[in-house]
Design a protein around this ligand. Structure first.
Ligand code: DO4
Ligand code: MG
Length: 288
């Protein structure tokens, strides 16, 4: 079962839709929110009830804009959860290298605040390269959609856009490398937990096109993650509550070659098995 936020037309409020093949149809009352689904003890049942009662017609998926599947939730990230990420950080950081090795092996994972909903962009909306970086990469990450009680309600695709030169200069600059306007892509939809393939078999692919040509095409699998999703969620919930639910990006296992940096005009495509492909163009410069 895949759901998404979409815009049914200009001036109309966003709706939650059920994706069925190449169509989407509205479910739930107008004005309902993802928070309402997440608050429910049994999100699957609430959606199944809405589906049973749905009276709106399905429309072709490509005829309506899908929106970022978030409303009031915080977005957090886990880091250095794959060996590839650990090695890349050690290479980019002259003095902080050992911190990454330590955190890769430590019981406590790296968890960081990534974005408020207003800093998140949805499918087709540009992600931004900071104006003060020369080395910026997308990070394709399986993303957990968690209820206020930290139950995994579903999964979406996340892009933890990061400035490698800023975080490499000094690990204390991490928040500036990671958190700024349009620093995070989410979407295109949420696959409910019961409908996902077995998690360790899930593949993640990162494709980047420049001037219509493929310049990056790399894949990994959740089997390569050095931690379990359960332990990441457990640590996320220590000493923090998330009254609206929370998104957790679970770390990147793909890092483009060191001579690669995103440029304006690039197209970033991230595919996660069982969810779909999140596509975002890239911009740099002041916000519109
Ligand atoms: O420590 C830097 C951030 C790591 C990260 O975002 C990742 O591994 O995905
Ligand atoms: Mg990351």
């Amino acid at each position: 079962m895949r759901i998404a936020y979409y815009s049914p037309g200009p001036e109309l409020p966003r709706r939650i839709g059920l994706i069925e093949g190449t169509t989407i149809r509205p479910i739930g009352p107008t004005g309902t929110t993802l928070s309402i689904v997440l608050f429910d003890e049994d999100p699957r049942s609430i959606l199944e009830n809405w589906i049973a009662d749905a009276s709106g017609d399905p429309v072709p998926l490509d005829s309506v804009p899908l929106l970022a599947p978030i409303d009031a939730q915080e977005v957090w990230g886990a880091g250095v959860t794959y060996e590839r990420s650990k090695v890349a950080r050690q290479e980019e950081s002259e003095q902080g290298g050992s911190f990454y090795d330590l955190v890769y092996r430590a019981e406590r994972p790296e968890l960081f605040f990534k974005a408020t909903p207003s800093r998140v962009v949805g499918p087709g909306v540009p992600i931004r390269v900071r104006q003060d970086t020369r080395w910026c990469v997308p990070e394709p990450e399986l993303t957990l959609v968690l209820s206020p009680k930290l139950k995994v309600v579903g999964y979406t695709v996340g892009n933890d856009v990061s400035a490698r030169d800023i975080e490499g200069e000094n690990p204390l600059y991490l928040p500036q490398a990671k958190v700024y306007d349009a620093c995070c892509g989410l979407g295109p939809s949420i696959t409910l937990a019961h409908a996902m393939p077995p998690i360790r078999e899930v593949g993640i692919r990162l494709e980047i096109e420049r001037d219509g040509k493929s310049v990056v095409d790399e894949s990994t699998s959740l089997a390569r993650m050095a931690r379990t999703l359960e332990e990441l969620v457990d640590w996320l919930g220590r000493e923090n509550r998330y009254p609206e639910g929370v998104f957790l990006l679970t770390g990147t296992g793909i890092v483009p070659p060191d001579d690669f940096s995103l440029e304006p005009g690039d197209l970033v495509k991230i595919t996660v098995d069982g969810i779909g492909t999140l596509v975002n163009p890239v911009v740099r410069g002041p916000l519109a």
